[in-house]
Every structure is written in C-alpha cells, then in structure tokens.
Design a protein around this ligand. Structure first.
Ligand SMILES: [Ca+2]
Ligand SMILES: [Ca+2]
Length: 378
C-alpha cells in the first residue's frame, strides 16, 4: 500500500477502532506505554546511539537528536534538501558500527534534481560525521538517477543497515516499475549489499551476482531491515500491491517474486504456491494488506515476555504486530497486535539501549515517539 499519504484521515477512521485499553492483569501483558517525545513532524526512521541518545529522520529532510532523557535538541543535526512528492523524502538513517569512534551516520533520501543527470530526482546514500550533536558536510557515497518519465513518486524503500559482516545493506523499492525488481541491470526493487571503502561503496566481494550490488531481488517496496541478534538472519518488511504484504527472511540470492502484472493476470504468489518457479516464500504475509514498515527484534531485559520476538509497525492500520518465531527463526508460531493504548505504530520501531521498545506514533494529536516499558509484577 502507499504510505506517507492521508494518515490524518486514517487516524480519524481508526481512532474508535482501537477499543478500550486492557489492564496488565486482564491481558497478562506486563508492559505499559510511555510518551518519550511529542513531535508533530512525520518521523520515518529511528537510530539509537549506544549511549542512549536517539537520532531520528524527519521525512521533510532533517535529522534530529533527542537525549536519553527525552529532550529534543533545538537545532537539527543536519538538513538534507529533499523532494517529498509521493513517498519521497529522508527515509533511511543508521549509525556506523564504529560510531563511538568515528561519529559516522548514514542517510538515504530522495534529492531534488541537481541538473547534471537530466533526471527528475536522485536517490542518495550519504554519510556525515556527527560531533556534539552537529553534522558536518555530507559525503555522497552512492546515488541513482530516476528517469522522470518512468517515475511515479512511489516505492523507494527503504532503510539501510550494517550487518554483522560489517557490510552495508540498503532496501530499494522498485521506483513504481515492477520489471525493475527482476532486472539485474538496474538497482531498484532489490536489497543491496555494499562494502564501504573510504568514500565509496562497492558491491560486496561475495555477492551472489559477481560485481553487482544486488543481494536479493523481486521486491516491490521493502521498507525496513533488521539483523536478528539471535541468529544473524536478515528480516525485511515488504509492501505488496492489493495482496501479499510480507515480512521476508532475506536469503542471499533469493527472489521474492515481485514482477510485472503480479496479482493481475495471475493470482498472488502467497495464495497460489508454486505459481512462480523462482519465488521464495515470505516468513508471513498479509492479504488484505496492512503496509508493514518499521521492524525490529526485541532482545532487551525490560520486557521478558517479548524476548526474541519480531515486531513491525503497519502504516495502514497503525497496529504493532508481534511475531513469535520458531527456534530456527524460519517460521511464525504465533502473532498478535500489541496493545498500544491510544497510540499507534505508524512508521518505525526500535529497541533502545535501555531495553524499552520505542515506536513512532503519528496521530492527529499527541504525535511523537512512545515506548513500551516493563511493569513491576504485583
Ligand atoms: Ca514476495
Ligand atoms: Ca526499525
């Protein structure tokens, strides 16, 4: 489903659907919801520093910083000149694995055309150095021009993450052209894996298609990535058309099946197993769609009942899904919506260094960042 659009209306429609809050005793759940930061701008990605400070991306182009105590720094850390048509904007943010030593942050955004390519816009992956809350000059590591004629302002993905292998993974949507997802000569519609070498990104040496940054293909609009701390597996959310929203376990060289005329002259893959020979089944899928966005795995101590569970936010209904995985991390044993009281899980969800589960609630009132914290057992 399309994101970033019409959420105000969505909130009005959903406001009454959340139902009365359950007490901890009734539900057997021992968490409670706490506001962390009220903030009206649309936050697309959360990125914690090891010291508890939280960087976050606003879709309109600012990276902001909030202290572990919830105090927002007045000045943005850095401001990017972004295009916000459709699903464009600042949509990815992550810290370097050695951030504590080098202060590096990486961002992914859709930039206004600078003229030199003759395209409408560029998708850019940049790095900047943060020092005492302020970002230095951005360094362009990678960019992709989008032919204006083909682009509809939709499906750019995408967050970016460093894996346990030290390589940088980027989730790219298909730029509204389904054929891109199966075409290894173009980059949209895939998850890419790069080695960062100085100020350049190179395809990782053991990528499945030599010399190509593609790591997995056949994706329509993957939004967020998480490396499972328990297994090292990579999980990613994926947005299907009117069917097959997915959470995928991303395997090297796998094809997740998105292609032209999907769901039109053929049925959707997940309800028609065997339809597409190269198709890799998702961990779980949703038809009708819910628009899965931010994702994380919880491994903190505050919420022991959630340990090892996968969580994702759904843009379309504002619910936070909790997925309990099997020991091999290959299948979903159980899932439910988490009780968020009157808040929603609109975009990203991340575990903080304090072991609370933070999420973005973009609602008509009291929008901002909330967290699930543990409650002392009675
Ligand atoms: Ca798929
Ligand atoms: Ca996340």
């Amino acid at each position: 489903m399309h994101k970033w659009i019409g959420a105000g209306l969505l909130v009005l429609l959903l406001g009454s659907a959340l139902g009365p809050p359950r007490s901890a005793a009734q539900s057997g759940i021992t968490h409670q919801v706490e506001p962390f930061l009220y903030h009206s701008a649309l936050i697309t990605a959360l990125a914690f520093a090891p010291d508890g400070r939280l960087f976050f991306a606003e879709r309109s182009g600012d990276v902001r910083l909030v202290s572990a105590a919830g105090e927002l720094q007045a000045e943005p850390v850095i401001r990017f000149d972004v295009d916000t048509l459709g699903e464009r904007g600042l949509i990815g943010l992550t810290l370097d694995p050695a951030y504590t030593e080098n202060g590096y942050l990486y961002a992914y955004y859709t930039a206004l055309d600078q003229g030199e390519f003759g395209y409408g816009i560029q998708q850019r992956l940049v790095r900047f150095t943060e020092d005492d809350g302020m970002g230095g000059e951005e360094v362009l590591l990678w960019e992709l021009g989008i032919p204006a004629a083909a682009d509809k302002g939709m499906h750019y993905g995408g967050n970016l993450r460093f894996g346990p292998d030290g390589l940088l993974y980027l989730a790219l949507g298909d730029n509204s052209v389904a054929a891109n997802a199966q075409d290894l000569t173009v980059q949209p519609g895939k998850i890419h894996r790069f080695a960062v070498e100085g100020d350049q990104l190179r395809p990782a040496e053991d990528n499945p298609w030599p010399g190509n940054s593609a790591y997995a293909i056949g994706l329509r609009n993957p939004i967020d990535l998480v490396f499972d701390p328990l297994s090292g597996a990579l999980f990613a959310t994926e947005n299907g058309p009117l069917c097959d929203d997915e959470v995928n376990r991303i395997e090297v060289g796998a094809n997740y099946g998105w292609r032209p005329r999907y769901g039109e002259d053929a049925l959707c893959d997940n309800e028609t197993p065997g339809l597409y020979p190269d198709y890799t089944a998702p961990l779980v899928y949703y038809t009708p769609t819910v628009a899965p966005v931010g994702i994380t795995v919880y491994t903190g101590e505050q919420l022991p009942e959630f340990y090892g569970n996968l969580f994702f936010c759904a843009w379309k209904d504002g619910r936070m899904r909790r997925l309990v995985l099997d020991e091999q991390r290959q299948a979903v044993l159980f899932q439910e919506s988490v009780d968020l009281r009157a808040t929603q899980c609109t975009t990203d969800v991340e575990m903080g260094p304090d072991g609370a589960l933070y999420y973005v609630s973009w609602t008509a009132s009291r929008a901002g960042i909330y967290r699930l914290v543990g409650v002392e057992a009675p």
